[in-house]
Design a protein around this ligand. Structure first.
Ligand code: CA2
Length: 162
């Protein structure tokens, strides 16, 4: 088992293996309100907390260094992209509603070296028209939308197979 790190604005957990050895480093970066997953709007976003889902991902990929960071603040998301974007192998980004408004996050994705896969839990194209446009997609390697939390796993699979 390798290292797994969970960061959020509220807590930090680190798990280390005996060898302290990591292969690929992948960050899962969640934006505003996604800390509420599993507690509100289960019809749209499901009933599982992200911390619980992240635990499943860590068990499914014991050889990866998986890190999870969530923030409700645009600048914190940008700082995190800058922090890992020249050393990690991949970033799985659900920027929440900033997807539809943030030129600053789009610029940060363009400025870093690490490829970013954009994920949306819901099918944004079945929802309000303001959710149909992403400022981020053009700067991302690809986008996964509408497949629930499984979209994060599928993004990790893409990083593993590229
Ligand atoms: O479908 C997605 O993953 C979204 O990125 C989620 C954003 C939304 O603004 C995007 O259009 C699509 C909203 C995240 C809000 O998350 C909540 C989770 C549970 C309860 C309430 C909000």
């Amino acid at each position: 088992m390798t290292n797994k790190v969970i960061h959020s604005t509220n807590h930090l957990q680190t798990f280390k293996n005996k060898e302290n050895f990591a292969t690929m480093k992948i960050l899962i970066l969640n934006g505003p309100n996604l800390n509420l997953l599993g507690t509100r709007e289960p019809d749209i976003y499901g009933s599982q907390t992200f911390e619980s889902y992240f635990g499943q991902l860590c068990s499914a990929y014991p050889k990866l260094l998986l890190e999870y960071f969530q923030s409700n603040h645009e600048g914190m998301l940008i700082d995190k992209l800058h922090e890992v974007g020249f050393s990690y192998d991949g970033i799985v980004l659900n920027a929440g509603a900033y997807t539809h408004s943030s030129i600053a996050i789009a610029d940060a994705i363009a400025a870093i070296q690490t490829p970013v896969v954009e994920v949306h839990i819901s099918n944004v194209y079945r929802r309000e028209s303001f959710r149909h446009h992403s400022y981020l997609s053009a700067n991302c390697a690809g986008t996964i939308a509408g497949l629930g939390l499984d979209g994060y796993r599928l993004a990790i699979e893409w990083f593993l197979q590229r």
